[in-house]
Design a protein around this ligand. Structure first.
Ligand code: ADP
Ligand code: MG
Length: 330
């Protein structure tokens, strides 16, 4: 494109809330054949709300801190005599109070609303893509993916039915353990952005393949994919933060697992759309990285395009403007 055409295109895009980082990007966008969407915060609002608190197991009858009947004789800390449900939520919220993850914020907010005591953890560790571990007044708390608990010697099998049920509803469900004991399951949910469905449909109509990439579990990811119209085989779930860029690489370079012999044979021209710190390397790796405007600074810095209105439909706008601008000068 001529500098003038590029200027016109970029300006037109900017008035539509689509910020291109330089004229080259307009040309890059034109050739893309695959759009990879992050799930949380990109296809969805990323504003999680706590939906479920499910205690697992029986309250400890004597000597435990979780006896539910408020009988001061049964526990060492009378002020901590609380029903298992409050205990689980309070322990989780205390652990999460050190995290800025949308899941963490939802849990802390719910505890506050329900007047469940949230303390300051004495020690806190964020395990990226997996959850948190913290030392709290209620004990050592683990909350997050099943693997986080399993890696720490906690069997999550007793919670499996509850977890699976919540996940098939499209919720993100997390087991909670305190002092090595499985105590309950929390679930959070997030709304799909209004334009996600029509955007996916229109991209597919144009022959652009649509893929979902998420750290969330398979069942939840598939439920959301079905909701927005993404093929189940195009869902890449349970992807660790450090592996997101690899998935983009595989699509582009084609030196990845092609065992099934299906379409994952690479050579794609990928546009990656994301919002999180986790997405930054994938945004850089993709031919075109697109950041959600309300996303993290790192995502915006790593991207070639920023969608100021947080609207997935603006992905189409970027494609349209790029096509119009580039074809005019050919
Ligand atoms: P996404 O790719 O969907 O943005 P993340 O990579 O941030 O997700 O997290 C992947 C999964 O790890 C979450 O779905 C959740 O199960 C777990 N997880 C991450 N952070 C936390 C946290 N602070 N508390 C509980 N679970 C968490
Ligand atoms: Mg995200």
């Amino acid at each position: 494109a001529t500098p003038a055409a590029t200027m016109v295109g970029s300006t037109l895009a900017a008035t539509n809330g689509v910020l291109f980082k330089g004229g080259d990007v307009l040309e890059q966008v034109r050739g893309i054949d695959t759009v990879v969407f992050d799930k949380t915060g990109t296809l969805t609002h990323g504003e999680m709300v706590l939906t479920d608190v499910e205690p697992v197991g029986e309250p400890i009858a004597d000597g435990g801190a979780v006896a539910g009947d408020g009988d001061a004789a049964t526990g060492p800390e009378p002020d901590r005599q609380e029903p298992l449900e409050s205990f689980v939520l309070g322990a989780a919220a205390t652990a999460e109070s050190g995290s800025e993850h949308p899941i963490a914020r939802a849990i802390v907010e719910a505890a506050d609303e329900r007047d469940v005591a949230v303390d300051t953890p004495t020690d806190f560790e964020n395990v990226p893509g997996k959850g948190v571990r913290a030392e709290t007044d209620r004990g050592t708390v683990l909350i997050g993916r099943r693997t986080l608990l399993e890696d720490n010697g906690v069997d999550t099998a007793p919670a499996e039915e509850t977890l699976s049920q919540l996940e098939s509803e499209g919720k993100t469900a997390m087991p909670v353990a305190v002092d090595g004991q499985l105590r309950g399951v929390l679930a959070v949910a997030d709304e799909v952005r209004e334009s996600a469905r029509e955007t996916v449909a229109e991209l597919r109509d144009r022959g652009i393949d649509v893929v979902m990439l998420t750290g969330d579990n398979e069942r939840t990811a598939r439920a959301v994919a079905e909701d927005v119209g993404i093929d189940p085989e195009n869902v890449r779930a349970e992807v660790l933060p450090e592996d997101k860029a690899d998935h983009v690489d595989v699509l582009q370079a084609g030196d990845g697992p092609t065992a099934g012999g299906e379409r994952e044979t690479g050579g794609r021209r990928v546009m990656m759309v994301g919002d999180g710190v986790n997405d930054a390397p994938a945004l850089t790796t993709a031919q075109v990285g697109v950041a959600i405007g309300s996303g993290t600074d790192v995502a915006i810095e790593s991207a070639d395009v920023t969608l100021m209105r947080d609207d997935p439909a603006d992905v189409l706008k970027a494609v349209n403007i790029s096509e119009a601008t580039i074809s005019k000068v050919r």
